[in-house]
Design a binder for this molecule. Structure first.
Ligand SMILES: NC(=O)c1ccc[n+]([C@@H]2O[C@H](COP(=O)([O-])OP(=O)(O)OC[C@H]3O[C@@H](n4cnc5c(N)ncnc54)[C@H](OP(=O)(O)O)[C@@H]3O)[C@@H](O)[C@H]2O)c1
Length: 285
């Protein structure tokens, strides 16, 4: 015979399951505010995925945007897509492989030539050439990961910093939840993302006295080409979702709204911080 206590427990479990089903879709976005009116923003690696969503969100919030990535055809396509999604958007495209010094310099110089100043830098580019045992990662792969994911982020910030205005300038690094809890088979990549938390802290101290803020976002598993290995195969997707309390993968737009908050005056007293957008995945070092 079923007791009242057991019945209450069953009802609660069913309610929880019902809640889980209800939370399996991203909520409808609220109307976009216009917090970035008059700001100029460079977003690296912004022709696809999270970077593209950030560029779109910034443009929709009134910023003048620079999209960039390694391939000119991708840059041209992204600019055309952004303009067709919002004809009032101010957007230009500049080819920039973040690991190339001459590209970083040109990115800054052409932005200044087109828009006259720079207010926001989002350093979003990253690579991951290896998937597997960390101890089998060779030196060349390690160097490439750290060159693109960490060193280039630092060197580009160094290039942009002199142009960022007091009490207005803002830098946002795109790290990863893997920087807190290393992904199995993505060891070196995860360590490079941990380094970005340190870079955020160190640069926020140095730029703070000038009123320039430096923050970081750590996305969880976001459905993009970059993370295909974690969601394309249904069995692997189910296993990945076991680690996500919200029970679904994130969207690039959900990262973009967090980055827009950090870049805007709504976060005027926030610096040196990392915001985790991971649907509840573990986020402590
Ligand atoms: N997706 C996730 O689950 C997830 C989770 C945590 C963190 N992240 C981080 O989010 C960032 C963006 O990832 P994503 O998922 O949006 O990737 P994605 O959809 O694959 O897009 C990658 C973008 O980066 C550009 N790119 C690649 N290498 C570049 C380089 N060396 N210099 C400049 N641009 C470059 C690509 O364009 P070209 O090919 O034209 O260069 C493309 O625009 C990365 O930092 C990644 O580590 C992603």
């Amino acid at each position: 015979m079923i007791t009242a206590r057991a019945q209450a427990l069953t009802t609660r479990l069913l309610q929880t399951r019902n809640l889980t089903t209800q939370s399996a879709a991203a909520p409808t976005p609220t109307p976009t505010p216009r917090r970035l009116e008059g700001r100029v923003a460079i977003v690296t690696a912004s022709t696809d995925g999270i970077g593209f969503a950030i560029a779109k969100r910034f443009g929709d919030e009134g910023a003048s945007v620079v999209v960039s990535s390694r391939r000119k055809e991708n840059v041209d396509r992204a600019v055309a897509e952004l303009k067709s999604s919002n004809s009032a958007m101010r957007v230009i495209g500049i080819v920039c492989h973040v690991a190339k010094a001459e590209d970083r310099k040109r990115l800054v110089q052409e932005t200044l030539k087109s828009y006259g100043n720079i207010d926001i830098l989002v350093s979003n580019a990253a690579v991951n050439p290896v998937f597997g045992s960390m101890l089998e990662t060779d030196e060349a792969a390690w160097d490439k990961i750290f060159e693109v994911n960490v060193k280039s982020a630092f060197l580009l910030t160094k290039e942009v910093a002199p142009h960022l205005k007091p009490n207005r300038g803002s830098v946002v690094f795109v790290s990863s939840i893997g920087g807190f809890a290393p992904f199995e088979a993505l060891g070196a990549y995860s360590v490079s993302k941990t380094a970005l938390f340190g870079l955020t802290k160190a640069l926020s101290r140095e730029l703070g006295p000038r009123g320039v803020r430096v923050n970081c976002i750590a996305p969880g598993i976001i459905k993009t080409r970059f993370s295909e290995a974690l969601w394309k195969n249904q069995q692997i997707a189910d296993r990945s979702l076991e680690t996500v309390p919200l029970g679904r993968f994130g969207t690039p737009e959900e990262c973009a709204s967090t980055v827009a908050f950090l870049a805007s005056d709504d976060a005027a007293y926030v610096t040196g911080e990392s915001i985790v957008a991971s649907g509840g995945m573990q986020s402590r070092l």
